[in-house]
Design a protein around this ligand. Structure first.
Ligand code: ATP
Ligand code: RIB
Length: 295
């Protein structure tokens, strides 16, 4: 069984601010740090650091994307299916508040230049029973899902960031939804408690397993009649960017290693708590040894 992540790669520019910039306002930032990021790259690193082999597919700019492919390779991710294009590498402008919360502006760049030829070529290397991890930061997600499902891949969708493209995806092909409360409310077109949203999602997608993350309130997982509630491991928060990506990578990585959902969730919560106690997205993701030893 192989794990393919077809996802975004970004350079993150993180500005420390005392409040998020408002309409018509100009503010100064206190500092600027640059990190590797993108939901796709973060999730590949989290998967790899959790102990599984990952194949990443996507696109970066030929001029400015090497830092991202090198970071993935440093942690053993296969990058042969990352295309180097004329367009710029994707980036994120991230405002970080004193409490470690963020506001993010994305520039898609090469992440939005995925072609159907690339998809067909990548998927020719994968088959029945392999995992496919997807987020919503590249184009052609719907096409990737259709082709992958036809070949028997097991689809994990993190529908983040939410936008109107979600409605054209064949969501009934998804085996695992991993999403936060806001994304769940958008998909259900309804607000509600964590439990209510979990049940609504399970009604809407009866064949799927649902993992709903609730920030400081932990997470809820439902697979048929199995419902697991996972609390957080409290820490002093430095930067929440990438918490969800770390959680996703460790959860799917754990299942792929043969862990029961309860154990994979516990490891995911520990890994995400370590990630929020550090700066940046990709560099904040811990290795499995650290996760096991820390608690
Ligand atoms: P992001 O978009 O910031 O990466 P998200 O919205 O996708 O995150 P969250 O629900 O905020 O995901 O967080 C995912 C998981 O990370 C939570 O279920 C929890 O286990 C952990 N986590 C989040 N915030 C904290 C925190 N303040 N302290 C400890 N763990 C946290
Ligand atoms: O989930 C965090 C990521 O979202 C950041 O690394 C940023 O690049 C955006 O894609």
């Amino acid at each position: 069984m192989k794990i393919l992540n077809f996802g975004s790669l970004n350079i993150d520019y993180v500005y420390q601010v005392d409040h998020f910039v408002r309409e018509g306002e100009t503010i100064s930032s206190d500092s600027l740090e640059t990190f590797c990021g993108g939901k796709g790259l973060n999730q590949s690193l989290a998967l790899s650091k959790s102990g599984v082999k990952v194949w990443h597919a996507g696109a970066v700019g030929a001029q400015d994307g090497e830092i991202l492919t090198e970071e993935l390779e440093r942690f053993g991710v296969d990058t042969r299916n990352i295309k180097r294009l004329k367009n710029k590498t994707g980036h994120a402008i991230i405002q970080k508040s004193p409490k470690g919360q963020n506001g993010i502006l994305l520039f898609g760049g090469a992440n939005q230049d995925i072609t159907r030829d690339q998809v067909d070529h990548v998927l020719s290397e994968f088959g029945k029973g392999d995992f496919l991890i997807l987020q919503n930061e590249i184009n052609e997600v719907g096409y990737i899902m259709e082709q992958a499902y036809g070949k028997g891949l097991r689809i994990v969708l993190n529908p983040s960031p939410m936008n109107s493209r979600i409605w054209i995806y064949p969501l009934h092909f998804v085996e695992f939804f991993i999403l936060n409360e806001i994304e769940a409310e958008d998909i259900c077109q309804k607000s509600g408690s964590g439990e209510e949203l979990l049940n609504l999602l399970a009604e809407k997608f009866p064949k799927a397993k649902i993992l709903l993350t609730l920030g400081q309130d932990g997470s809820l997982y439902k697979d048929g009649s199995l419902v697991v509630k996972q609390a957080i491991y409290p820490v002093a928060v430095v930067d929440t960017t990438g918490a969800g990506d770390t959680f996703t990578g460790y959860f799917i990585g754990g299942l792929a290693l043969g862990e029961a959902p309860e154990q994979a969730l516990d490891h995911a919560a520990k890994a995400a708590s370590i990630a929020v106690s550090r700066a940046g997205a990709a560099p904040s993701i811990p290795m499995r040894d650290e996760v096991i030893k820390s608690y």
